[in-house]
Design a protein around this ligand. Structure first.
Ligand code: ADP
Ligand code: MG
Length: 626
């Protein structure tokens, strides 16, 4: 008999299971029962579309049997079974290997995280068993096969006998150790409580022989024990239950059971609608970003059930992109069962449900923002970016819906604030909602361009995300207040005194500015006197629609069109440096050339833009040092 090796990734996961010090080993049962239930679902679903098959409810069940003598635990199902090839491919490799690849070596070494957070599936059996045996007969086949493995060394597959279609999983429990008692998984009460905790809602009966006692005879008070088969799960799906019957823990367990995420959900939404279209839904807002969330591999969608039967794993049409982080399921009796993917897209009922769901999510988030700011901020840290994308994408179709959910860091409050909060604090004289862009809050804090606006006492929103300015451009205004980049041409700030001085100075130094402008031709559009600088000598600003930040973002994109902002070098005429410029203009044009290049390069650095020739720049600095 040939022993086959596990695929590398599987072996790694398996090693982790075998050596795990994980404390929630009990979840192995949840995994095996959920596989059994999936397998019955598959037959049920087949029967719906295949006339030669019938589904008699009584014939489908899962059974748990514990044998203390042999220390084995057996889980039997009457599901679809596996062929020899399926045993090979489904149990020899893990479907989740892709996700595992995303995890760092360190995380894998720890193991703890993976087991607790991932749906580890079938291999979790090795947390409690030395040997796992799977005996299976596939639907439509007259051969049965036995898959057996004692861990990382590999597995064997041999033909065997089995009467009926379905699968038996037999676990030979590990020997007890000082710290671990595996015998508990042979105890009736323990098995029952694990089933109740994780698998209560499974739609098929989970049967077990339970010990009961009865009076021996009428005459005396002696009792005898006997065994009777009992269904130990309630079989009512959680989404059909009354909200008042359910605890947070129930919802969290369902989230884990379904492998919706690796985290605990931040919030759950339980919906029961009995209107134009009837449906139940349980939705979750995750706490943490899925590791692949902002990658193309991430697939949005909700599980779709029709009258309790799973018909699609990830129905994308149920969620708009901007809520793609939402997990969960929808069950409706108004959907036809054997509906195809193409038909679903045009299904009127589905559209209604989807619209309704979006509304509920929006209102849940709004209430979170209002009533539990801390949690909302946590949520926003993870998924705020997606909301901003939502404002920007599809030409701003959804901006009205999403604008109230946005938050940005405020110069005044030193934390995230909503646009509504900002506008409510605006003074009479303030015409615009001001914002500044940069890589980090610390960097924006130091930007020379913010000086005038800050001095005026106006609040400034800090945009540190590359999507921020694009989203805001799409919004254009909030409550009739337009947005204004502090680095844009006209700041809308009345300062007569400043205007007058500027006009005079401009006239006086016209030739100096012309000279500098010529030196920087092709690099900046203009050299001007700054109205916004207070203590810094120079800064770069932009005329027109494209800001410097936007130029940076656009040029990082793969299909970059080499978009350029119309840059302006602004000079602070009240700074001592300006006196030096004037002197150099009178006496030493070479010096002025040197100074101009230095100032321009400094302004680039402040903006976080690359200097075209760093060697030239450092040579220039050396020149003024010696
Ligand atoms: P998942 O359930 O997420 O696909 P598992 O590791 O739990 O991952 O199971 C791997 C695969 O093995 C399943 O997708 C299924 O095809 C097969 N399988 C496991 N248990 C059973 C079973 N009891 N009956 C039929 N197929 C099963
Ligand atoms: Mg599974």
């Amino acid at each position: 008999m040939e022993t086959k090796e596990f695929k590398a990734e599987s072996k790694r996961l398996l090693d982790m299971m075998i050596n795990s010090i994980y404390t929630h080993r009990e979840i192995f049962l949840r995994e095996l029962l959920s596989n059994a239930s999936d397998a019955i679902d598959k037959i049920y679903y087949k029967a719906l579309t295949d006339d030669t098959l019938t589904f008699d409810k009584d014939e489908y069940y899962i059974k748990i049997e514990a044998d203390k003598n042999t220390r084995t635990l057996k889980i039997t199902d009457t599901g679809i079974g596996m062929t020899k090839e399926e045993l090979e491919s489904h149990l020899g490799t893990i479907a989740k290997s892709g996700s595992l690849a995303f995890k760092s070596e360190n995380e894998l070494k720890d193991g703890h995280d993976i087991i607790g957070q991932f749906g580890v599936g079938f291999y979790s059996a090795f947390m409690v068993a030395d040997t796992v045996t799977v005996i299976s007969k596939a639907l439509g086949s007259n051969e049965a096969y036995k898959w057996e493995s004692a861990g990382a060394e590999g597995y064997t597959i041999t033909p065997c006998e089995k009467d009926s279609v379905g699968t038996d999983i037999i676990l030979k429990l590990k020997e007890n150790t000082e710290d671990e008692n595996y015998d508990e998984y042979l105890e009736e009460y323990r098995l029952k409580s694990i089933v109740k905790k994780y698998s209560d809602f499974i739609r098929y009966p989970i049967k077990m022989d339970v010990t009961k006692s009865r009076k021996k005879s009428d005459s005396d008070n002696e009792y005898e024990e006997y065994q009777e088969e009992e269904t130990i799960n309630s079989m009512v799906p959680i989404w059909r239950k009354n909200k008042s019957e359910l605890t947070d823990e129930d919802y969290n367990n369902f989230y884990m059971e379904k492998h919706y995420g690796f985290d605990k959900p931040l919030r759950h939404i339980h919906i029961s609608v009995d209107g134009a279209v009837r449906y139940n839904a349980i939705l979750y807002i995750p706490e943490k970003i899925p590791f692949d969330y902002y990658s193309p591999e991430y697939e949005k969608g909700l599980e779709l059930y029709s009258s309790g039967v799973l018909i699609m794993n990830k129905c994308a049409d149920l969620l708009p992109d901007y809520f793609s982080f939402v997990k969960g399921m929808v069950d409706s009796e108004d959907l036809s069962l054997n509906i195809s993917r193409e038909m679903l897209q045009h299904d009127r009922q589905l559209k209604l449900i989807s619209k309704n769901i979006s509304k509920k999510i929006k209102s849940e988030l709004t209430s979170l923002l209002k009533n539990d700011r801390e949690k909302y901020e946590e949520f926003y840290k993870a998924f705020g970016r997606q909301l901003k994308f939502g404002v920007y994408s599809e030409f701003g179709t959804h901006k009205e819906e999403l604008q109230d959910l946005l938050m940005f860091y405020s110069s005044k409050k030193k934390k995230q604030v909503t646009l509504d909060e900002y506008v409510s604090r605006m003074s009479e004289s303030q015409k615009f909602i001001y914002y500044a862009t940069g890589d980090t809050i610390e960097r924006i804090e130091k930007l020379p361009q913010t000086e005038l606006v800050a001095e005026k006492g106006y609040e400034i929103l800090y945009f540190t995300d590359d999507i921020d300015e694009f989203a805001i451009k799409m919004l254009m205004a909030f409550k009739d207040k337009e947005f204004k980049n502090v680095a844009s041409g006209d700041l809308g700030i009345e300062a007569d005194e400043v205007e007058k001085v500027t006009a005079e100075e401009e006239k006086e130094n016209k030739e100096l500015f012309e000279f500098m402008k010529n030196l920087l031709s092709g690099k900046v559009k203009d050299v001007r006197i700054s109205k916004r600088l207070k203590s810094h000598p120079v800064c770069l600003t932009a005329d027109g629609e494209v800001s410097i930040e936007m130029e940076k973002v656009l040029n990082m994109m793969p299909n970059n069109q080499n978009v350029k902002a119309d840059k302006v070098l602004e000079i602070n005429v009240h700074h001592d440096v300006f006196a030096s410029l004037k002197a150099a203009f009178e006496n030493d044009k070479d010096k002025l050339t040197l100074y101009t290049h230095l100032l321009y390069n400094q302004a680039l650095l402040i903006e976080g833009l690359p200097i075209e020739d760093p060697v030239d720049f450092t040579n220039d600095i050396c020149k003024i040092m010696v």
